[in-house]
Design a protein. Structure first.
Length: 409
């Protein structure tokens, strides 16, 4: 079923992803579902899939416009043009021409979430052999510092935790002529806003500089949460992926983080079944992961993306083998996460309350015995391990130490 309201909508805008073939498939299914439930709706498809393969989307039923990331800022004008639109109109240009940071201001958390995600960087200058993202998002570019500060200041008046994100977040401020870097921006946000907690999303391994790690470790207002894409623990696979670090570099960063933050969440993205990945290389990657103090993993099965060098490789791994390796790493991740959660029993953790339960500073779901309103920071003592996270000690009920003022009706 389509979300409530779509059945009566005159215009439906779909913002798309294209990072995997499954993401593309989901978009096409959604278009068909919207058109089936509301044949009169005009559908506009935008985002990364629209930028990569507009012709595939333009022929789908009900699609009037396909607008790439290159023209996304023109959508208000496109849908209000006086001329009657025709089915399958394509507005896509050269994404590498786009040099300015374009993103709608974040005024609220999406849906019923209580942790707004503030995108402060877009695009990527890397050329990983498996990744289509640079070709649909363009070059790396940063939101101006004063704009980030203003948005964080606004959000901090209503939310306890704000997540800073980007396509390649660690590259914030790296444009020619800029002297600021991500740690500089974070320090300013801590100094000039009242944000109770900042959380950094994924940062490339070599952008976890000593300065950034030391800042996260030393500030009680930054979540103790380190996420860095690994992709593979095999040096040979990383080279074929055109990744810019070696396993020893990654390990040094992770171990430094663990020494300075013994209870921090440490996670990684890992890919299985990259073209040419031998059984020996996979075992090398598995053993590397086993040896590091990860608390969770995001495990992805390699998906061919048209236009990338990896997709042209003759050494594609059978899908069954890719999925089997995915299962092995997921099982390993589950075991590591369970061990980490067990270490938390008896500890007092700072959590942000959600619409259901809470999320700890170190990225663990917590089931609360004493219900609290969403969007508060509270200290809770952990009494148990649950099927998906942790359970609050039943004898304690702690007072909030971040409670935003009530919103005006």
């Amino acid at each position: 079923m389509c979300p409530a309201g779509i059945a009566e909508a005159e215009l439906v805008v779909l913002n798309t992803c294209t990072v995997t073939a499954l993401a593309d498939q989901d978009v096409r299914k959604t278009v068909h579902r919207v058109h089936r439930e509301n044949p009169d709706a005009r559908i506009l498809v935008t985002g990364c899939y629209a930028q990569r393969a507009p012709e595939e989307l333009a022929v789908l039923p009900g699609v009037y416009w396909v607008v790439g990331n290159s023209h996304k800022n023109e959508i208000p004008e496109i849908v209000t043009e006086p001329a009657t639109p025709y089915h399958g109109e394509i507005r896509v240009g050269d994404i590498f021409v786009v040099q300015e940071f374009l993103s709608a201001p974040v005024e609220d958390a999406a849906g019923d979430r209580t942790r707004p995600n503030l995108k402060i960087q877009d695009g990527c200058n890397n050329r990983c052999s498996f990744c289509i993202i640079p070709f649909v998002r363009g070059r790396s570019r940063s939101s101006p510092a004063d704009q980030v500060i203003a948005q964080v200041r606004n959000l901090a008046s209503r939310y306890c935790e704000i997540v800073l994100s980007g396509i390649n977040l660690g590259r914030w401020g790296r444009e020619p002529g800029s002297a600021m870097r991500l740690p500089d921006l974070v320090r300013i946000l801590l100094q000039e806003t009242d944000v109770a907690r900042l959380r950094l999303s994924s940062v490339e391994p070599m952008d976890w500089s000593n300065d950034l790690l030391d800042l996260v470790a030393s500030s009680p207002r930054i979540a103790k949460h380190i996420h860095a894409p690994l992709q593979s623990g095999s040096d040979r696979v990383l080279r074929r992926m055109h990744r810019k670090y070696r396993p020893r570099h990654f390990e040094e960063r992770v171990r430094k983080a663990r020494v300075s933050m013994p209870d921090a969440a440490i996670g990684a993205d890992v890919m299985t079944g990259f073209p040419g990945e031998t059984a020996e290389e996979f075992e090398e990657s598995r053993a590397f992961i086993e040896n590091l103090p990860f608390t969770y993993l995001h495990v992805f099965t390699y998906s061919e993306r048209p236009g990338t060098p990896a997709a042209e490789s003759p050494d594609q791994i059978p899908l069954e083998i890719r999925k089997d390796r995915n299962r092995i790493l997921r099982d390993l991740a589950a075991r590591k996460n369970l061990e980490f959660r067990r270490r938390m029993i008896g500890r007092t953790l700072s959590v942000v309350t959600l619409t259901e339960g809470a999320l700890s500073d170190n990225f663990l779901r917590v089931e609360l015995v004493t219900p609290r309103p969403a969007n508060q920071l509270v200290d809770v003592q952990i009494g148990s391990v649950t099927s998906i996270g942790l359970g609050e000690h039943s004898a304690l009920a702690c007072l909030p130490h971040c409670q935003p003022p009530p919103r005006a009706l």
